[in-house]
Design a protein around this ligand. Sequence first.
Ligand SMILES: Nc1ncnc2c1ncn2[C@@H]1O[C@H](COP(=O)(O)OP(=O)(O)OP(=O)(O)O)[C@@H](O)[C@H]1O
Ligand SMILES: [Mg+2]
Length: 313
Amino acid sequence: MTDILQISNLSKKFSSGFEALKSVNLNIAKGEIFALLGPNGAGKTTLISIICGIVTPSSGQVLVNGHDIITQYRQARTLIGLVPQEIYTDSFETVWNTVAFSRGLYGKAPNPDLIEQLLRSLSLWEKKNSKIITLSGGMKRRLMIAKALSHEPSILFLDEPTAGVDVSLRKDMWGLVRDLKNAGTTIILTTHYIEEAEEMADRIGIIRQGELMLVEKKTSLMKKLGKKELTLQLQTALPAIPASLDLPGLSLSPDHLELTYSFDANTQQLGIAGLLQRLSDLGIAFKDLHTTQSSLEDIFVGLINSETTHHEA
Ligand SMILES: Nc1ncnc2c1ncn2[C@@H]1O[C@H](COP(=O)(O)OP(=O)(O)OP(=O)(O)O)[C@@H](O)[C@H]1O
Ligand SMILES: [Mg+2]
């Protein structure tokens, strides 16, 4: 099966001479949720804008379900729904009309049931007759999602979908995205919330300064991040780690008051329970303990920082 989105050697140089995208290659499978992570100015919106036909590429090719976004613009465009980062709407139009009209723009027959279902799933049903100007920021963003889905696209682009949306509605939105995926829609989203990528994505891409630096399955990325650390504050100083407790990953602080155990949460090493049992058997008492786990955020920040150093070198 061919991928629903095929991006090859895509570059964008703005008239200012600024290179916003540098030879990006990326394929997206049908039904996938792909999260694009990257700092401000990395090129996320530029990439999405090119695919959606808002910005023209300088070189390279994009195929949407096999249709070239330039030579087969119409076929490509009907398959795409876009929720842009910047919200722009006609303030005096109602919620219902905005969504219904957008469907009409794509030449699709009216479908009030579909629009009702969309508005309900986005908690906008009560607002169906409200003018957009009266909506809150989060409601406007949800309206943009309803609008983007009104013509039943196969691929939905969400550029920072939950910026300015509160925590409980963000969770609802994640649910909606999951429902869309289950219904077969492919979803590409950009986000600054690592938690969001972790929660939803099948694959994650990290972009920086116009370069796609890493594309990986979330599960394999998370496996790499499976390192956990347990720190125990001891009641009394321990002169040395007892020979019977000699484990890889176990270390004693210079003041002999803290034991740290680094282990991989994915491979069943001794684990926390086992370690605590052994300490208890040895009569080593502790006052307090805490665990930390490296997250996607750590790898993301690490990658961005290491690359910065690399570029400056
Ligand atoms: N029309 C333009 N002319 C010149 N440079 C532009 C233009 N549009 C965007 N850029 C530059 O291209 C780079 C990438 O911008 P883009 O909006 O794609 O970033 P982004 O990853 O979406 O960032 P953010 O997380 O802030 O939304 C930025 O440095 C931006 O200033
Ligand atoms: Mg952006």
